[in-house]
Design a protein around this ligand. Sequence first.
Ligand code: PHE
Ligand code: ZN
Length: 886
Amino acid sequence: MRTETPPVIRLADYRPSDYLIDRVDLDVRLHPTETRITATLALRPNPAGEAGAPLVLDGDDLTLLAVALDGQPTAPGAIETGPRGLTLHQPPGRPFVLSLETQVNPSANTKLMGLYRSNGVYCTQCEADGFRRITYFLDRPDVLAVYTTRIEADRTEAPVLLGNGNPVESGAAGADRHYAVWHDPHPKPAYLFALVGGRLGRIGSSFTTMEGRAVEVAVYVEPGKEDRAPYALDAVRRAMAWDERAFGRAYDLDVFNVVAVSDFNMGAMENKGLNIFNDKYVLASPDTATDTDYANIEAIIAHEYFHNWSGNRVTCRDWFQLCLKEGLTVFRDQEFSSDERSRPVHRIAEVRTLRARQFPEDAGPLAHPVRPQAYREINNFYTATVYEKGAEIVRMLRTLLGPETFRAGMDLFFARCDGTAATVEDFLAAFAQVSGRDLTAFARWYAQAGTPVVSVSGRHDPLARTYTLDFHQSLPVVATEASAGAEPQPLVIPVALGLVAPGGGAVAARSEQVRDGVFVLEQESGRVVYTDVAEAPVPSLFRGFSAPVKLAHALDAGQRLTLLARDSDPFNRWQAAQGLALDVLTARARAGAPLEDEAGADGAALAEALGSFLDAEAVADPAFAALVLTIPGDQEVAQEIGANVDPDAIHRARRTLRRHLGRALAPRLVALRERLADPTEAPFSPDAASAGRRALRNAALDLVAAADPETGTRLAEAQCAGATNMTDRLAALATLALLPGEARERALQAFAQTYRAEPLVLDKWFSLQAMIPEAGTVERVRGLMRHEGFSLGNPNRVRSLVGSFSLNNPTQFHREDGAGYDLVAETVLALDARNPQVAARLLTAFSTWRMVEAKRRARAEAALRAIAASPGLSPDVGDIVGRSLA
Ligand code: PHE
Ligand code: ZN
């Protein structure tokens, strides 16, 4: 059996549904292997559709037990079922009721789409097209219905029964069984449907909205883990309050439930009133979760909650509009985290993710516009481009319009599109209306793939006392299936900027082209002229990373040092240090970077600048200092080099620079570690300030160890054994993981022993080992795949072990002999039979294969071709492999 690639679906071919469904009544009788679902659908012809067309309902992996039309059995031949759904050949030309009884097997559902069981808990996942695995349906986001769901289950197996909306009634259903009825008054697409049944612990509290509605908020977790849920519960309440303050959005049901499950394909899901989460993004205690885990929990809880408006009340017309809910909601969660924590620190983190994940995606064979023009498998489009670049577009819109007009546009969008399935055009129309601006050119950000490059050159004229900046944008031509492939048109690029005097301080210069600190580059080229500039300044460009572009601007080291020391914009101070390091790293890596090489004069200048920076500011803002100390990662250097990349050379260059920085800064770093230590009796707090201190202490440890492995081993061993929280323990273990020897193996063993009953902590242990940049790692990972704590059936385990290896261990994934590629390719194939979505995602690690040097490139291509030739590939993997090789 050889699956053919699924057909292309095009945005241009969108047609409204021929039928609509107004109401859905579900009766779900849960059973481990024979769950029965009765669906009663109130249908009617869509005036916007084709009259008299057959009714074609989607269905996948369903057993149809019974069907009735307006309460009557259907005539023989009136209905046809196939592997993709059910067709009613001659539906009535008026409203009618179709009742369907289907049977599914939740225990055999390893795809984790539709109704499945996770650790015995029944749960559902319907985005993007999982509802069709529960019953036959018009499974498309522009069909909105009001749902009433009756859930029935064995009382002991599933004492907790949850659905969308508000609880209506519950009671006994015979001796051993019970039921609950839930009603969701808000019309929604099927992808937002959810139910849960199982043994679950609960913690709750209440929240009163600004409209005066008392909401019962609850978090459900595995029984016994309730003490790890309060942080998530608190994050829900903070998110609710923030959305009222920042966007005027209030919650609209009487209950809001969050359920944590262990087997989940993604991070979490915004089902109406019943968010279902990967437990990794709910459970937290000081001993099991790191500061990063806490920050992720806060962000993802907020993200899913914010979807209640951006996604649920206003949903998407079709899946091409995915960024309408995802990009916007990521923007909203980023704003929330920035307000709750440190804005500059969070901005830097956002940009690091964008550059590490989205830029490479946009430069490779999987590149696609934020709104793709075509797809074969929608599950493969939940990408960094749709999410992260999508959020950047919304942020640029705010920069262009200013915060007040932006907010007015958001208000209009929500008001006008409430209860509808909207498009990117609807979104932009709201902003065009409130601002009176034409946003047609701006809309190109949604349609053109690839990262723009903006080159800038500056000239000071001492006689005229002017400073002139010339801007030029160049746009890559991206010809992939998902992209229109047309000649790119200039983008509207907001450039936040300012001038810094070489001796420090802002330059009080003015320019007619700059408004509120922003110049808008709208054509291919543009010019900014500042007047009254006595002395040649240093330009600070794209402050706060005001647009998702690559900046080509020849700053010399001296100018970068000025910005690092003196710019008023924290992002560009950090960027200046990154730029200095990147110059050193790319130069060295291009030259092959012999390991024993010294870092050279440029490295020494960087070390000196970092030294003064630490002296002046480390204690005042440790979180920021930790970021300034962290040099760009392997992937970023690879991106900068662009072609014929040798991952080993990059790695050697990074090691040399880290060793050099560590040596130069060691006395300061050791002193800082002591100065920033928490008093031993202080209880753990995950707040941003405490997390920042830990981050800087651990960044210091890492550099000390890079310079002096012996001291590093001693310090890390002691910290790993004595830590009172997971952040410090794991950071120490990560440092040790880079230092081959007995101490490392001892510490790894002790860690595994301590946390053997904690799958989410073992994930960290899997992941650290998968990232060891040594030749033995492929074998180590193979060994760990046989560990009793590992399972191919659990997405978190797969991502921690094989995902970390493929994404975060460039030297070993790209091993010259191809052993890394083979490991990942084998895993993709083994997994594909069970869980195609996770398999396809794992395969995307190959998407940068064309960038590596010839020998490795040939191995990667061979591995991809072998996958492509395997029999019975899923559409998901078939799509990724096909596009990767195209
Ligand atoms: N919509 C989810 C989010 O909040 C992501 C998701 C997609 C989850 C598909 C499950 C399946 O981003
Ligand atoms: Zn989302």
